[in-house]
Design a protein around this ligand. Sequence first.
Ligand code: KG4
Ligand code: ZN
Length: 364
Amino acid sequence: MQILGIETSCDETSLALILAQKQNQRALPKFKIIKNLISSQIKIHAPFGGVVPNLAKREHQKNLPILFKKISGQNLNSNSLKLKKFLKSINLIATTIGPGLEPALWTGINFTKEIIKKYKELKIKPPKIIGANHLLGHLYSFLLDSKITQNKIKSQKEIFPAIGLIVSGGHTILVVMKSLFEYKKLGETRDDACGEAFDKVGRMLNLSYPAGPEVEKIAKLGNPKSIPFPRPMLLDKSYDFSFSGLKTSVFYYLRDHKEKIKDLKFKADVCASFQEAAFEVLIKKTFKAASEFKAKSILLSGGVSANKTLRKKFNDLAKKEKLLFFVPPFVYNTDNAVMIAISGFMLMQKNKNYKLQALADLNI
Ligand code: KG4
Ligand code: ZN
């Protein structure tokens, strides 16, 4: 089955074409990525220190037809045989309908509607259309881990039950998965998302948006044990998180040490200690859940999972606890349409669908 994925929930316009192969009930689905196109708007939003919804909308509207031409070889308004052939080859279109910025979500949805119109105009039977959940996209991106794509892990039995942690710029969510299709949210952040805290701390240090990768780079030069920043909710019984207090502690620390702010070693210690505090909470809560639910594996996803220190900490502890650890390759940590195509495929298997209507606050 050939799937076209469309992602416009935030500041990346992405179109992807994948082949999906359904397996028997116990095996894991297989995906082959044909194309993954991402047009990032980071430079446009950077001067504002965050994503500006209406600018994002304008950029998505500009980029979608360009990416469509790149992926299909044809303009959507052409009537060529080549376009017909491309449209006929698609069995499913999966488009993000939420969560995300409402004006940005609508651009992907409206573009999908334009594609459907084209099928009708050319008298071709339209493919199945699925409104996809962006968070499920992140969660299911573990299926792109090389242990699965290279057939080292073949059956669901080896993976489930699993604990999934989604850590992005908009979300921090812990999920228990009993099987590929049965998942339940255990907890989430009560205030800032983990990536958002990275971005805000970066802003305090005059780093450019999004600051996660930059904070990681500077942190490598610092001592993670030098400043005892708080570990919010670490001892709380729930699986919820909170990163706003940690961010505020960094703010006060910087205010009280103004004279050192330009010193690279000082900055590095702040970044390393902040990162250490945030990661300790993520790791302890995830492994506590793994023990409570007798999980066989940990699934890490979302933009913050691109952080090598975090990946290593998870990998090392998972090994020690005799758990499998899955994380997608770097390109699929941050927003992309491959994970949306996968999430559409999984929703289809589950006979679930969302209407083509933006749901900015959609949860898992
Ligand atoms: O998943 P994503 O692309 O978008 C959302 O769905 O939110 O995540 C983006 C977030 C940003 O907050 C960014 O600063 C953070 O992921 N991020 C990182 C790293 N790379 C991206 N945070 C920490 N370390 C990184 N290397
Ligand atoms: Zn995301």
